[in-house]
Design a protein around this ligand. Structure first.
Ligand code: NDP
Length: 333
């Protein structure tokens, strides 16, 4: 559902800008930050306090992935926890308080072949940046089933907090065995009649605390050792076909919704060919730093993190990127 809305918004947003036929001046900035999760906002807080007048483009999902999670209980400083949305609003306001220029818009192409780096926003506006901090995060991964694409927005979702409401009192399935799957399943269990948690192995990789929550929720039925093979339905989802990985036996479960929670893909497509990344699209940084193979371009948060992927670590690397960008700018000016 959210996916469809994002694609729709993006299309209309870019169309409206083109129709205005704006002939904008080329803008010069010291630090351009791309992305508005904890990494981007932390970089904005630090670089604005360093009086570098950062410009930050928020992207299509201002606030990033945390805005679609429920409560965040593991970010230091919030003894009672805080909603992901509120936390990101607070980070944005904190950055703006020090003068960061935070903009609603999307970076559509980059050219890192020479400095200043040439970056295009919303397909129309050219920005010349002395340094760039990439903090574009990651997006939900999909199973790759044909029927998954067909029913996206009609019973297939990757965000329980966005779409769970539509399944009040119904039966749903959650796919995955990580912290996201555990979180989505426990969240949905509060709204739905029954939640099937379908995982391909017999062990979850989710943290012990999250596993305990799953195991102690009576209306979550664990179907471990199963993979989804097909989603069924007329216009909307009405069932899921699953296969037992040991016996290869096929069975069907009756559900109105399928929530895919199998991890994320880094949002690095626009940097392809411009910067070094690994085979999965994660931007490669020099160990212990946020430096990329392009001098003056730094990467922070989930787009370069194959391991921790936490709000706290994203904020930490955002801080590192800001300090490294400042040092870089001092060294070249
Ligand atoms: P993970 O990569 O941790 O887990 C993905 C899960 O999906 C795994 O169980 C994996 O199975 C399964 N999977 C992957 N591909 C497929 C497929 N094609 N078919 C079926 N199953 C598949 O991703 P998460 O999004 O859960 O978590 C990412 C990071 O974010 C983690 O570090 C996590 O700790 C963190 N996180 C923390 C939260 C919190 O602290 N509140 C909340 C959410 C996430 P397998 O195990 O077999 O590989």
């Amino acid at each position: 559902m959210l996916d469809r809305i994002h694609r729709h918004l993006r299309h209309h947003y870019l169309q409206s800008i083109k129709q205005k036929n704006m002939t904008e001046e080329i803008e010069k900035v010291r630090v351009l930050i791309i992305g508005s999760g904890p990494a981007g906002y932390t970089a904005a807080i630090y670089t604005s306090r360093a009086e570098l007048k950062p410009v930050l483009y928020q992207g299509l999902q201002p606030g990033g992935q945390l805005t679609i999670t429920t409560d965040v209980e593991n970010f230091p400083g919030y003894p009672e926890g805080i909603s992901g949305y509120q936390m990101m609003e607070d980070m944005r306001k904190q950055a703006e308080r020090f003068g960061a220029d935070i903009r609603w818009g999307v970076i559509t192409s980059v050219d890192f072949s020479e400095r200043p780096f040439k970056v295009v926003a919303d397909e129309t506006k050219t920005i010349l940046a002395d340094s760039v901090i990439i903090a574009t995060g990651a997006s939900a991964r999909w199973l790759g089933l044909e029927t998954e694409e067909k029913y996206r927005g009609y019973g297939v979702s990757a965000c329980a907090t966005c779409d769970g409401f539509f399944y009040k009192g119904k039966d749903v399935a959650v796919i995955g065995g990580g912290d996201t799957a555990a979180e989505e399943a426990t969240y949905l269990a509060k709204i739905c009649k029954k939640v099937y948690l379908i995982h391909r192995r017999t062990e979850m990789r989710a943290s012990k605390a999250m596993q305990n929550k799953v195991f102690n929720t009576p209306n979550i039925e664990r179907l471990f050792g199963y993979v989804p093979v097909e989603i069924t339905g007329e216009k909307n989802v009405d069932g899921l076909t699953i296969k037992n990985v040991t016996t290869q036996e096929i069975s069907n479960i009756v559900v109105d919704g399928v929530f895919v929670a199998i991890g994320h893909t880094p949002n690095s497509a626009i940097f392809k060919g411009q910067i070094e990344m690994d085979e999965n699209g994660y931007i490669i940084t020099v160990p212990g730093s946020t430096k990329t193979n392009v001098e003056g371009v730094f990467a922070a948060g989930d787009v370069q993190d194959t391991h921790y992927k936490q709000a706290a670590t994203a904020a930490g690397t955002g801080c590192m990127a800001a300090i490294e960008a400042e040092r870089f700018l001092n060294s070249v000016s």
